[in-house]
Design a protein around this ligand. Structure first.
Ligand code: CBH
Ligand code: ZN
Length: 398
């Protein structure tokens, strides 16, 4: 087989489709623990991780992100998480690389090694300590010849710059993606400034993932684009938003919503929302278009279908369903057959079926950020007493 085109070449030529949310999807399937959200499933249940990669590949993803989210040693041993006692950072990352490569080579996809924010930074520890955690993961990625690196889910630009610095030394293309919205990072650095600083630190692709819905995320990206243009910086943009509507979220995004993480279902975006997202992202000039938490294969398929013309192909996963609901013409009931077609679905405002639900929630807003004692890295499990104290804080309005 001819060698695969690299990430940057692909981005110069057109849209690259990312994958969707691993920790969220695998938690629902029973392979990831909500809370720590660490990826020991790569070792414990490789078949589940492999299958999820396959679903995204079949849906049109051009990138298999190795399942290495939160897989730094400090995170694996945080707050009573037992993962590090059973498996090292190296073992989990190695298994993740192998699985991603195996599936990527079943198609024309690239493999990305992923880094994410660390408890070491949140504890207020040094640059050197924080970078040591990143380096251990990058060493595995280099050894396993991933195609590029992606530093994602950083809420502080400073830590992101430290991560980019480590990534750049590998010589691989570097994607940098923060979990911020239009309001910027948690230390008051604007979204535009974050974009510029990521690019100046050496990232080839910059943007936003997680924390906000596709449309809020694109608002943040617009700000990045304006700032990058003003600074005369040319980089590609990435969007990997949530598949949950978050119009009511504030600075810290969906983490602060009272429904996070077990009651978010009424907020799930439809595939038709994702068609709109893909189009708006593409029109804005975003070329790396994927998803984060909540994004399932059918959401990625919708992105691939919306961009089928630009990409000159449809994903395998479209064979069974004819993108704008053509299969509905074969339905037994005539009123369902009448729903076959783009117009109907594009204009539908789906009901929630929950007469007692309001459309918006009031987010928590504790204003706690890096350096605060309650965020310190701690290996001991949270005690009942500590939990009670936290509940009391809620009652007293902190
Ligand atoms: O698993 C994935 O899809 C990763 N590529 C990104 C995960 S973003 C994780 C959000 C939960 C974090 C938390 O609650 O601390
Ligand atoms: Zn996410």
């Amino acid at each position: 087989m001819a060698p695969k085109k690299g990430l940057l070449e692909r981005l110069d030529e057109g849209a690259v489709i990312g994958d969707g949310g691993f920790v969220f999807a695998l938690e629902k399937r029973g392979y990831v623990k909500a809370g720590p959200w660490t990826p020991e499933a790569t070792v414990e249940h490789p078949e589940a991780v492999r299958q999820l990669h396959r679903e995204f590949l079949r849906a049109g993803a051009d990138v298999m992100q190795a399942f290495t989210f939160y897989a730094s040693d400090d995170k694996l041993s945080n707050r009573g998480n037992e993962s590090s006692k059973k498996y090292t950072c190296a073992a989990i990352n190695e298994a993740a690389c192998r699985l991603a490569r195996e599936v990527a080579d079943e198609g024309d996809a690239l493999v990305a090694g992923g880094l994410s924010q660390t408890p070491t930074y949140l504890s207020g520890m040094s640059k050197q300590d924080t970078q040591k955690e990143f380096q251990k993961q990058v060493d595995v990625f280099v050894q396993h010849q991933v195609d590029f690196l992606i530093a994602e889910y950083f809420e502080h630009i400073e830590e992101m710059e430290w991560a980019i610095e480590v990534c750049v030394k590998s010589g691989l293309p570097v994607v940098a993606s923060m979990c911020i919205g239009p309001e910027g990072d948690l230390h008051g650095v604007s979204a535009g400034e974050c974009g510029v600083r990521m690019a100046k630190a050496g990232a080839h692709v910059v943007g936003i993932n997680c924390h906000f819905d596709p449309f809020v995320t694109l608002e943040g990206l617009k700000k990045m684009k304006v700032a990058l243009d003003a600074a005369g910086i040319k980089v590609h943009l990435i969007a990997q938003p949530l598949a949950f509507h978050t119009p009511d979220a504030q600075k810290q995004g969906f983490i602060d919503l009272p429904e996070f993480p077990f009651g978010l279902e009424p907020r799930i975006c439809t595939r038709w929302d994702m068609h709109r997202y893909a189009r708006e992202a593409y029109d804005l000039g975003v070329r790396y278009i994927g998803g984060c938490c909540g994004f399932e294969a059918y959401h990625i398929r919708a992105v691939a279908e919306e961009l089928a013309k630009e990409r000159g192909k449809l994903p395998e996963g479209s064979q069974k369903h004819e993108q704008w609901a053509g299969g509905l013409k074969m339905h037994t009931k005539p009123w369902v057959r009448a729903r076959a077609g783009r117009k109907y679905w594009e204009n539908l405002k789906p009901a929630s079926g929950r007469p007692f639900s309001s459309s918006m929630s009031k987010p928590d807003n504790w204003g706690v950020t890096a350096g605060d004692s309650s965020l310190k890295q701690k290996t001991a499990a949270t005690s009942e007493e500590e939990i009670n104290e936290l509940r009391q804080k809620v009652v007293n309005g902190h």
